[in-house]
Design a protein around this ligand. Structure first.
Ligand code: FE2
Length: 245
């Protein structure tokens, strides 16, 4: 008996389903444990920072080392970057998308850190800002970014004195981190279309630093003053996005 068109279509659909399941199974068995272990290590070092077993500078070093050995395709798959990529990117500033880690092996339900994916179209920015009482780190997932960091040296009523520390192009897999004591301010502008960054952040990591305070917006294109510093005027989010978003 020759197969009908319907039989053939049915077989193709079944084959597709089997293939999808096989790929999912492969991910679950071979890739997932590596990403789970990676997130578990991130959770442990987050607990060590909060428990003051690590200083923020040590945490930054550890976080960067861990970030550098991430399995990037596996991370992108776990956090479903493909679904985020289907969303429209904003005309100004960055998209911020949450993701669910599900039952990532070994991580407690509250892993001790916040997480998100940032996305920008070409020329758009995660605008210049600093943080107070927060450690955070970026991994570029896709596209190229011009990334700048500054130390926040002094805080005055209407401005910060900042020192440029990093100014380079970042591609997939490249990383950068922030604490109150190193590279506290960042500004990432997408140099290509559809550029995405993975972000983890730990708010209020040290009670001695006082209450955390969201983003500290500023204008890094300020007056150059003595000692290689820049007088960066404080800005509102709206003004900062108008100028840099
Ligand atoms: Fe930030």
């Amino acid at each position: 008996m020759t197969p009908t068109r319907r039989d053939l279509l049915g077989a193709l659909v079944a084959y597709g389903l089997i293939e999808t399941c096989w790929r999912r199974d492969l991910f679950a068995q071979e890739v997932r444990p590596t990403v789970d272990a990676w997130f578990k290590e991130l959770g442990e070092m987050s607990a060590d920072l909060r428990g003051r077993k690590l200083t923020d500078l040590q945490f930054q070093e550890r976080m960067e080392a861990l970030y550098r050995r991430v399995d990037l395709p596996a991370l992108c798959r776990l956090i479903r970057l493909d679904e985020v990529e289907r969303r429209k990117l904003p005309d100004n500033g960055a998209l911020s998308a949450g993701f669910d880690l599900g039952s990532t092996g070994g991580l407690p339900a509250a892993p001790g850190f916040g997480k998100q994916i940032f996305g920008c179209g070409r020329g758009r920015s995660i605008v210049p800002h600093g943080h107070a009482n927060m450690c955070t780190g970026f991994i570029v997932l896709k596209g190229r970014w011009v990334g700048k960091h500054y130390d926040r040296v002094e805080t005055a009523a209407d401005h910060y004195l900042i020192r440029p520390t990093i100014d380079k192009e970042f591609g997939p897999g490249e990383v950068s981190t922030i604490s109150d004591h190193k590279d506290n301010i960042h500004w990432f502008r997408a140099a290509t279309d559809g550029a995405y960054i993975f972000n983890v952040h730990l708010d209020g990591y040290d009670p001695r630093l006082g209450a955390g305070s969201g983003r500290l917006y500023l204008d890094p294109a300020g007056e150059r003053v003595a000692g290689g510093l820049v007088k960066a005027v404080k800005m509102s989010s709206a003004d900062c996005h108008r100028k840099y978003g």
